[in-house]
Design a protein around this ligand. Sequence first.
Ligand code: 3PY
Ligand code: ZN
Length: 632
Amino acid sequence: PFLIKLVMHSTFIEGNCTTTFIDETPELFDFPPRKDRATKLLAYLGETIVNGNSLVKNRPVATRRIPAPLPKFQSTAPIPDSMRQKFQRLGAEKFSKSLLEHKPLLLTDTTFRDAHQSLLATRLRTYDMLRIADVYARHCPELFSLEMWGGATFDTSMRFLKEYPWQRLSELRDRVPNILFQMLLRASNAVGYTNYPDNVVREFVKEAAGAGIDVFRVFDALNWVENMQVAMDAVIESGAICEATICYTGDILDPRQSKYDLKYYVEMAKRLEGMGAHILAIKDMAGLCKPYAAELLVKTLRQEVGLPIHFHTHDTGGVQAASLVKAAEAGVHIVDAALAPLSGGTSQPNLNTLVESIKLTDRETGLQSARLDEIADYWRAVREFYTPFESPVLPAGSDLYQHQMPGGQYTNLYQQARALGLADRWSEVCRMYADVNQLFGDIVKVTPTSKAVGDMALFLISNEMTTEDVVSSNRELAFPQSVVDLISGRMGQTPGGFPANVQKRILRGESPVEGRPGANLPPADFEQSNDKLQEILGHKPTHREALSHLLYPEVFEDFARHDQTYGDTSVLPTPAFLYGLEPGEEISVEIEPGKTLIIRLQTVGEAHEDGRRTVFFELNGQPREVTITDRS
Ligand code: 3PY
Ligand code: ZN
């Protein structure tokens, strides 16, 4: 590099070089940091080959290693315009009005977010998303949006996948400039499990909008509208589309339902409209909105509010495609569905068959089924990489409408119950979940309030207690932290408040939080947090790094250490990331556009006396080795 810099230097080129030129020209020695990305990736692969990846330890093994087949597409063809260009032309308000006139049913594909959050423990990697992204841009411009960020993905991508969520967003954005990108924002809980100071929520929204999020679905886990204001205002100020959400629980068709009846939802929707929402979302996180309830709700909301309506449901009970069709008939503007191989069960209904089922009706979507099926072929193969994260198939019985567990929690809680030896008592866990909901005053259950209800249900069963015992017994009990957080009001307020006797028993003298938690939390100190972060990162943190650290301090620090040790491992194909390579296996890894490494595992050496092993690779045809301490 020194010689290159010398001969490229303008003074040298012009022939004005004196003998002191080299000494007087320090920039000749100003080299970029050594590119040791290949070495770091080999270290990661070596470590994974010798010691395994803790993520898949003791889990069923994925056997697929070959890449998932991609549909053919013309990479040089121009990317067609889609909703995003229309949104950019009109701005959020006019754009949302234009949706009211849109006749075809619009669809959001949730495959990149909620579908894998609900079916595969949120483990889908950026690598598998990026490979198919170009196809989406070219073959599905009729989609309303891709839900591809937020919810649990922010945390999980760093914690488990060792990926930077902002990079996922910007790389997908580069490949898909035309389809709207949508994220799930837990209002004051942002992408976390507890209320954050207002300045963190505001800064996060601003940064996410700047990074390419167009539509923010904002919900509060107790439907507490006051707690949605900060996030909604931040979305509106950023120029993005504010999709304010009512979380659906109970059953509006049940005349005995006094709390969450039709009037309750209409009033909430009107308040959200008054707060400046551009779109109204019905978030049926547990799949409770039965077909005729969906019809009634959509019909009524269309009469009472002037916003486009976006319906989201989970197919845990197996009948929710009927709710989508009924909602479409009643004039819903947009619905959520997932590509066939990641649909159904606790995920969204099947997008491929939904499109086909309303063909030749006046809500026909315009999406091309053959193209969607090719994309489904890709996802079917991709799912095979994620066998270790599959949950047992667990179709819900009619008791779903009693326990009301969100799709994303259903299989998760089952796994937790199984780990506690309670798998055979699953129906009892479900009944207890329903009882705990009543104990807490019949609340909206969705992240993070649903976690508190689930934790309490398992806690009571493990302690052989009933919900009556909670208030009547004097036993000294250490209730789960999530339960204390919920009942103390740190997750916000529920209509009518939490029952006083339960609050007294669980808080044991501690006073509940008054008012909106975010208003009482001191603003986060970005500078102080950045000082600590700078030491870890070795550079001045970017705003995105600062935000990630404020939201998830330990998770981000661990992720940053991984990144320093191994570099960006999100570029590895999924089997290599999870299992390393098999002897003789060769992968090609694009570490930056146009720069590809060909890595081949030759063999793993016998253990040395000190317990280390040498792993022999070939890197771009040259032998390379790494030595790893065998801890397996
Ligand atoms: C989330 O908050 O992550 C959810 O998907 C809630 O339904
Ligand atoms: Zn959902």
